[in-house]
Design a protein around this ligand. Structure first.
Ligand code: HEM
Length: 403
């Protein structure tokens, strides 16, 4: 192993700054060999055109020809941190996964959720407005909103959130693989039990739809075996996980960014119709530290560099979303940026399936929060905000606000 290699994650200046290494790698134009947080070698790709085209490149995948030898991104057991699925059947498996999930995320269901999101948000905001400031925005607004909406979509009882929140925190920490794996199994068991209840008495929710489609197995994997891609409990758990904190993190970042940029906040207040473009800019500007993991399915050439079959390829949306060759003044937060072709939901066949829902939630939060609590301000200097380290999707530790 080449131990002198730069090791991820790189230090970031402040809560929103870009690591200097990314600019250096972008100028070099070739992928950079780095070490992941687990000390494994990988190729890091930072230029927008390369990241975008590789996200859609069928020569890269999420499965590994020899999974036991695969480089890992972190020590979390979350599927995005290491190899998943079968190398031989990956493409067919993934196409089937998308085919099954796409109807469950139908335009009709998301339209219905738009109205429900606003109603849930009103409730959360009423509660928040009754508290004595300062409060942590993450705990009082962003997390309850994100959880209420994902529970409603999936048909998971919101009252159980205390139980699965602990599991999520264990799954997403990035240093203890055994703890993360155990929590992942417990979440799948919770989901299996829920799916069995939905089989007996279905609701108008996504898990009920999946259970009753009859296409996905409810049977647990045989003892000692890992759940396959056809395991419903695993699919449901991964959906809950995918939609659980991701959106809350963006609401936190967005509110912090808006409250520390007077002109941008004034522009949004003058025209709440800007909430959608503000959402896109927040998504671009607050990309996670950790890149998207892929493995080369065959020997490939990446921007002139030969990359061997099985090598880990890390696609940094953080770097791509600040690439000066695509975004003018990339380090400036500008809610009227247009066009804004950020890669925060990925690109290609694995494009985020919950993107429309996430956009609806984030934009509604920006539109309604500043209208409901017009004197809202950040309670600490923005330079004092810190990121949550040691968890896969990052985010801000707390966002203290007052009014
Ligand atoms: C702002 C919030 C969100 C962000 C930034 C985000 C980001 C992403 C990204 C970057 C990917 C692609 C990963 C890859 O290429 O390997 C992805 C995939 C996915 N996302 Fe999201 N996501 C968000 C919210 C959600 C929500 C709310 C849900 C579900 C309710 C969801 C469900 C999924 C699923 C199921 C996939 C896997 C798609 C596949 O493998 O084909 N996401 N997301």
């Amino acid at each position: 192993m080449e131990t002198h290699l730069p090791r991820l994650p790189f230090p970031r200046p402040g809560a929103f700054g870009l690591p200097e290494e990314f600019r250096i790698f972008q100028r070099a134009k070739a992928p950079a060999k780095v070490l992941t947080a687990t000390g494994d070698e990988a190729w890091l790709v930072t230029r927008y055109p390369d990241v975008r085209s590789l996200l859609a490149d069928p020569r890269l995948g999420r499965a590994h020809p020899a999974p036991a030898d695969a480089a890992r991104l972190t020590a979390s057991a979350v599927s995005t941190a290491g190899p998943v699925g079968s190398y031989a059947s990956e493409r067919a498996d993934h196409a089937r996964y998308r085919r099954r999930l796409t109807p469950a995320f139908s335009a009709r269901r998301i339209r219905a959720l738009r109205g429900r999101t606003e109603a849930l948000l009103e409730r959360v905001l009423d509660r928040m407005a009754g508290l004595t400031p300062p409060v942590d925005l993450h705990e009082t607004l962003s997390m309850p909103l994100s959880l209420l909406v994902i529970c409603e979509l999936l048909g998971v009882p919101y009252g159980d959130h205390g139980q699965f929140r602990v599991l999520f925190d264990d799954i997403s920490q990035t240093t203890d693989f055994a703890r993360s794996t155990k929590a992942r199994q417990e979440l799948a068991a919770y989901m299996r039990e829920l799916a069995e209840r939905k089989l007996r008495s279905p609701g108008a929710d996504l898990i009920s739809d999946l259970v009753h489609s009859g296409e996905i197995s409810l049977a647990p994997p045989p003892p000692g075996e890992v759940a396959g891609t056809d395991d419903l409990a695993q699919i449901a758990a991964s959906l809950l996980f995918a939609g659980y904190r991701t959106t809350a993190i963006k609401v936190d970042y967005g509110v912090a960014l808006l409250l520390s940029n007077d002109a941008q906040l004034a522009a949004l207040r003058d025209d709440p119709g800007r909430a959608e473009s503000a959402t896109e800019e927040v998504l671009r500007y607050s990309s996670p530290d950790l890149p998207i993991l892929r493995y080369a399915r065959e020997d490939v050439d990446i921007a002139g560099t030969p990359v061997e079959r099985g090598a880990a390829v890390l696609l940094s949306t953080l770097a791509a979303n600040r690439d000066p060759s695509v975004f003018t003044a990339p380090d400036t937060f500008d809610i009227s940026r247009d066009p804004n072709p950020h890669l925060s939901f990925g690109h290609g066949p694995r494009l985020c399936i919950g993107a429309t829902l996430a956009r609806v939630e984030i934009a509604a939060a920006f539109r309604m929060l500043f209208a409901r609590i017009p004197s809202l301000r950040i309670a600490v200097p923005v330079e004092e905000l810190t990121r949550r380290d040691g968890v896969l999707m990052g985010g801000l530790s707390t966002v203290p606000v007052e009014w």
